[in-house]
Design a binder for this molecule. Structure first.
Ligand SMILES: [Zn+2]
Length: 444
């Protein structure tokens, strides 16, 4: 539970505060204060620092400013997940294409029903907010009722797109070319830039649909998202399909298909991008396309992932390509970005990538995602002038929290016994200065 020192347009939040700045830097204030002030209805961060210096500057009596327990962080941004796959997160996963066919497509088909979509959306968004994810980039199903339901319950920090699917998928989840283009126009017209153009991936979406939707994205300033190079079997399948499509028979790799349809660019987020050829890395860099890495979804099946491989962040960074972490619900088994952070750190450390720190993972789960989604000027950390959003995470009662960021995050994560418990690590969430979620205190 969070308590503030506050009056009408002023709030001071005191506690152990972490403020991610970059891959290698995260401010840590073991006894810190965030000062926020309301201006024209928006709560903005006005100051951040050690409690003693803030108290002096603002002439506050520290005895009068309540100390909050646990750790205060900026909220998470999850830049690749499918809200309509919440019920297949823990289904058996042998391979991507089989899991889609057997569990995921039949589940997504249920969202044609407006009542089902409404009930599921209400439940899903209350759960994801309770894990501390207050923004991101999300896939819906092909149905406009599912998009409407998601837009109704998701806060404005989420951009959402209805999947466009016109070929190589079951009839019950297939649009005609005209229906897909119409669905994209509906989304853009109804939701403006909160709508994201979302061809599911090249094998299921006709190139003429991707091309028309990409034009709409360009003309309306929308984001685009799709999947790229997740598994070897998928790549072979895609290249086989496009080798027989006019105008694509000479393409050299998967990324080129998207380039030819106008999908690449600075407002595009490609999911996974694990098995990239050197030419693909160059193309992504040249077009300033961003990537979403989903380590829990890509993890081996024994860890409840699809066994797709490990994203090579060092290679991607050496090309100057922007990227952030994501859960890929339901390829990823759990909603919490803490689970994603731990998976990223452990999988990379196992193969000797020592720069895979908790500091880096926190940055890639907060500010990096907000920046890719063009919310970075207003959100993503506690920089002065940004909107006052935060989460409070529980820490063991009476335990001293380490006084540096890396160890603070490690301790938060280390207290959790099973992976599903990460979902409950967040005890409060604040959006634009208002508490939007509070977990009931645990009974002793
Ligand atoms: Zn996905």
């Amino acid at each position: 539970m969070l308590t503030f020192k506050e009056d009408q347009d002023f709030k001071a939040l005191r506690g152990h505060i972490l403020n991610p700045l970059s891959d290698t830097s995260c401010q840590c204030f073991p006894d810190g204060i965030i000062v926020a002030r309301r201006k024209s209805g928006v709560w903005l961060v006005e100051a951040l620092g050690d409690a003693s210096s803030i108290a002096e500057n603002y002439q506050l009596d520290l005895d009068d400013v309540p100390v909050n327990s646990g750790v205060v962080l900026p909220p998470f941004y999850d830049i690749h997940f499918h809200w309509v796959q919440d019920d297949v997160r823990e289904m058996p996963k042998e391979s991507l294409l089989e899991w889609l066919e057997r569990y995921t497509f039949p589940e997504e088909a249920r969202f044609a029903d407006p009542d089902y979509s409404e009930v599921k959306a209400k439940h899903f968004w209350s759960r994801i907010l309770a894990t501390g994810t207050l923004g991101g980039l999300c896939y819906s199903s092909i149905h406009s009722v599912a998009l409407d339901a998601a837009m109704k319950y998701a806060p404005s920090g989420f951009r959402i797109g209805g999947s466009l699917m016109t070929m190589n998928c079951p009839g019950f989840l297939r649009q005609t070319v005209d229906e897909a283009v119409g669905a994209a126009s509906y989304g853009a017209k109804t939701y403006g830039d909160r709508y994201c153009i979302t061809p599911r991936f090249a094998p299921t979406t006709h190139p003429e649909v991707m091309t028309a939707a990409a034009k709409l994205a360009e003309n309306s300033g929308l984001f685009q998202q799709t999947h790229l190079d997740e598994t070897i079997a998928e790549i072979e399948w895609v290249l086989g399909i496009y080798s027989e499509i006019d105008g694509f028979d000479d393409i050299q790799n998967y990324t080129e298909i998207y380039e030819r349809c106008g999908v690449l660019g600075p407002r595009t987020v490609m999911g996974h991008a694990i098995h990239l050829e050197p030419e693909e890395l160059e193309l992504l860099a040249k077009t300033d396309t961003a990537l979403a890495s989903c380590p829990t979804s890509n993890a081996p099946p024994e860890d409840f992932g699809l066994g797709s491989g490990l994203f090579n962040f060092e290679q991607v960074e050496s090309h100057g390509i922007r990227w952030a972490l994501a859960s890929d619900i339901g390829g990823g088994p759990f909603l919490s970005m803490f689970d994603v952070i731990e998976s990223f750190v452990q999988q990379n450390r196992q193969i000797g990538r020592s720069s895979a720190t908790y500091t880096k993972a926190l940055y890639r789960s907060t500010l990096a995602g907000a920046e890719i989604l063009e919310y970075g000027e207003a959100k993503g950390n506690f920089a002065i002038g940004k909107e006052f959003d935060c989460i409070q995470c529980q820490s063991p009662e009476g335990m001293r929290i380490p006084s540096n960021a890396e160890e603070s995050i490690a301790q938060l994560i280390g207290q959790v016994r099973t992976r599903s418990d990460y979902d409950a690590l967040v005890s409060s969430a604040v959006l634009n200065g208002e508490v939007i979620f509070e977990r009931a205190p645990l009974k002793a």
